[in-house]
Design a protein around this ligand. Structure first.
Ligand code: GUN
Length: 286
């Protein structure tokens, strides 16, 4: 079974659009997401375009602010401070990666926690690990949604996550743990990685290497979630971290690239923007 993140996200966005359509009547306005893009990296430009398009589908107001790659860190922090103070803005997202002269941790921390639609702010991350209410990071949240919609039971399963980044590996491992999976976090320096991945009933791959996971690394009937977005070095086409053609026959469930996790990330960004908007009207929430 191939899980289509594209179809699931289309369904979820249609549901959100119906909800958002009622907001002007209830709240006098729709949620407003501001996306900041620094420089002109083609991959980042394409992600930012995807976020604007999804906002349009859901009925969320989207402002994309483009800044040149040589913007100073102080200027960027000043821009964020202005957006934090702007009552018409519900969500702020700075597209990563940033140019080397700008500190990503500083920028992430500068975004008001209540407008942190990425769920990257240290206070959101701390809340996640302390089992407190928080904004969940979009990609891990989207992966859990995909698994549940595919009818994959997570509780009691052995899950292996390859990758330990702040954006995907660590938080997806935490969310799987919270769903009562037994989780192993593996990485590029794990000794005898195939012996670890072959134990996985659920395998999540977020290592950023084209076709890294081969058929011999996957056990029969495993659920395989591919978070990779790479260029195939031979064809130049988009490909995942999993050798899809080789692994698909062994897997019970697998997510494709493109059309798998990617659309779910954007879908959950829309959901997080709506959550940040609604929290402003419910004073007791986080
Ligand atoms: N770059 C790659 N993925 C992401 C993401 O989820 N959020 C942001 N802000 N930048 C990214």
């Amino acid at each position: 079974m191939i899980i289509s993140g594209k179809d699931l996200s289309a369904r979820l966005k249609a549901e959100m659009a119906a909800e958002v359509a009622g907001f002007p009547g209830k709240y006098g306005r729709v949620p407003h997401l501001v996306v900041i893009l620094v420089g002109d990296d083609p991959a980042s430009m394409s992600y930012v375009k995807g976020k604007a398009k999804a906002s349009e589908v859901v009925g969320i107001r989207n402002t994309t602010i483009r800044k040149p790659a040589d913007i100073t860190e102080a200027e960027l922090l000043g821009l964020i401070a202005g957006l934090n103070a702007d009552d018409s803005v519900d969500g702020i997202l700075v597209q990563l990666p940033l140019p080397a002269h700008i500190s990503e941790p500083k920028v992430i921390e500068a975004i008001d926690k209540s407008k942190d639609v990425d769920g990257f702010h240290p206070l959101n991350v701390a809340a996640l690990w302390q089992k407190q209410p928080c904004t969940l990071p979009c990609t891990p949240k989207g992966i859990i949604r995909m698994l549940k919609s595919a009818g994959v039971g997570i509780s009691g399963k052995r899950a292996v996550v390859i990758g330990r980044s702040n954006i995907v590996g660590l938080p997806v491992a935490k969310l799987l743990l919270d769903e009562n999976a037994t989780v192993t976090i593996a990485h590029s320096r794990t000794a005898d990685l195939p012996s670890v991945t072959k134990e996985a009933e659920i395998l999540v791959v977020a290592i950023g290497r084209p076709r890294f996971v081969t058929a011999d690394m996957v056990s029969d009937g495993a659920v395989v979630i591919d978070v990779g977005v790479n260029r195939d070095p031979e064809t130049g086409r988009l490909c995942g971290d999993v050798d899809f053609e080789a692994v698909e026959p062994k897997a019970s469930v697998i997510s494709p690239v493109p059309g798998g996790v990617g659309p779910m990330t954007i879908c959950c960004l829309m959901e997080n923007t709506i959550e940040c908007f609604l929290r402003r009207y419910t004073p007791d929430s986080i």
